[in-house]
Design a protein around this ligand. Sequence first.
Ligand code: C2O
Ligand code: CU
Length: 478
Amino acid sequence: MTGTAALGGAGLLAALAGRAPVYGQSLGAPAEPVTGVTIPLDLVAAERPTALPCFAGHTLPMWTLSDETWLPIVRMPFGAALEVSLENRLPREGEHASIHWHGIRLPNDQDGVPYLVQPPVLPGDRYAYRFTPPDTGTFFFHTHCNTAEHLGRGLHGVLIVEGDETEPYDADEVLLLRDWRIDAALGQFLAFTTNRGAGRAGTYGPVRSVNGIVGPTIDLPASGDCRLRLINVDPTRILTLGIEGADAAIVAVDGVAIAPIALFRWELGPAMRIDIVIRSPADGGTAQLVDYRIDPPLPLAALRGVGAPVRTGGFDPAPLRAGHVPEPDLSKALPWELRFDASGDADIAVVDDPALPYLGPLCLTLNDFWTINEAGWPSADHARLPAPLAELTRGATYAVTLRNPSRFHHPIHIHGHTLKVLASDKQTIVPHFADTVLLLPEETIQAAFVADNPGKWMIHCHVAEHQETGMMGYYTVG
Ligand code: C2O
Ligand code: CU
C-alpha cells in the first residue's frame, strides 16, 4: 500500500484544480484502409487451469480462448479482414458459446449473439466469423451468454484495429482492468452471481487486477508520450480513473478518436474503454493509475519511466485520426426513448412469430429484476422472442433519450451502431462517440446516431447480472 501513501492531499488538490484543458491539436484525417489483407484467428474456448499472478499462488479453472495466452490481444491493420475459427471445448454439457465483437459495426450475422443472429455453438462444434472492421481503435470480444460466469472465468480477448495514429507514440500498452471472484485463501472461484448483487449494483470480485496482476509496475520509455489502452472487462465494477504524477490526455473513447482533452476523472463502466496518452516519468520515476471511486483512492498500476528521455518540451499529445462513424444531423433526427429501470410490475410482452428464431434459454436466470421500457427480456418462456424495443428506419437519424430512473448505475451497450453522446442532466459531457454509455443513478443522457446498419441488434446493460436478469432487449433496423 505504499502507493496509497504516495497519493498526498496536495496531488489530489492539484488534480481537482486542473480541470480538463483541451490540447492544441485537432484530429488527423481519417485512416486509409489497406486492401487485400486477411488476418486469421483461431479461438478455442476451453477450461485451462491457470495461475495468474493475482491468484496468489493458486491455480484456478479459468475458461479462456487460446492455448498460448490467457488474454489474446489481436492487432490488425485497418481495412484488413478478420477470419475467425471458433471451437467450443467448454467442459460443461450444453455450455454453448459464440463470440461478440464488442463495438465493431459489422454485418448483423457476424455479431455473435446466440439465437438472435446465429445458432449457439455447442461443445464440440465450430463456427466461423469473417468481417472487416470499419473503424480503427480499441475493442474487445467475449462470449454472449451466461456472461457473468464466462467473463468471470476469463472468456475474453482484445481486438486492436491499427492505423489511427498521426505520428507514432513512444509506447502502446493494453491495460486490462478487472476483478476476479475468488476466495484467495481457498483458491476457488466464488459464485459468479448473487441475487443480492443482481438486484443491486452487481456482485463485485474481491481481487482487483491489471493485466492479471495486483498493482503491477508497467515500464515505459522515460519522458515519452505513451499510449495506454484502458479496457474495463469487469462484469460489474465501475472505475473512476485518473493519473497521479504525470500529464495525461484522453485521445479516444470506445475506440473512436476525440481531440485530446486532459484526463481528470473518467468513469469507466464495464465494457468501456479509453485510450490515453501520458507523458511518462523521467528514468526511475513513477506515476500511478488510480481508481478514485473508492475511499481512499486505490492505485491500480504504477507507470515507471525507464531509460534515456525520449522527449523534451511541454506535453501536447499528438491526436489520433478522426473516426469513420457517421455524424448524426440532429435537425433531421427522429426521437427514440429508452428507459432503464428496476422491474416493479413489469408487464412482459411476448410475440409469437414463427418466422423468428427459437430463442432458447439465453442463459437468463429466473429473476426479472430489471427492465427496458417497462419490459424485461422474458425469462418465463424462452421459446419466444420478445417484441423488439423499436423498429428503426434504415438511414434515418435518431435522437436517443436514455433515462435511468433507478438508484444504480447502468453501462448501456448498443450493438451494431456507435452513439454520439451529447448531453446529460447530471454532468457536463464532452461530446464523444461511444458504444457503451454509463448512466448514473437518476441520470438522463441525450445521444444520437444514424441507423445505417440493418439487422436485429441487442441493447443491454453491461453489468452482466443486470443483463441476465432482464435489462436486455433488441431493436431492428429494416
Ligand atoms: Cu460486450 Cu452485448 O456485449
Ligand atoms: Cu445495469
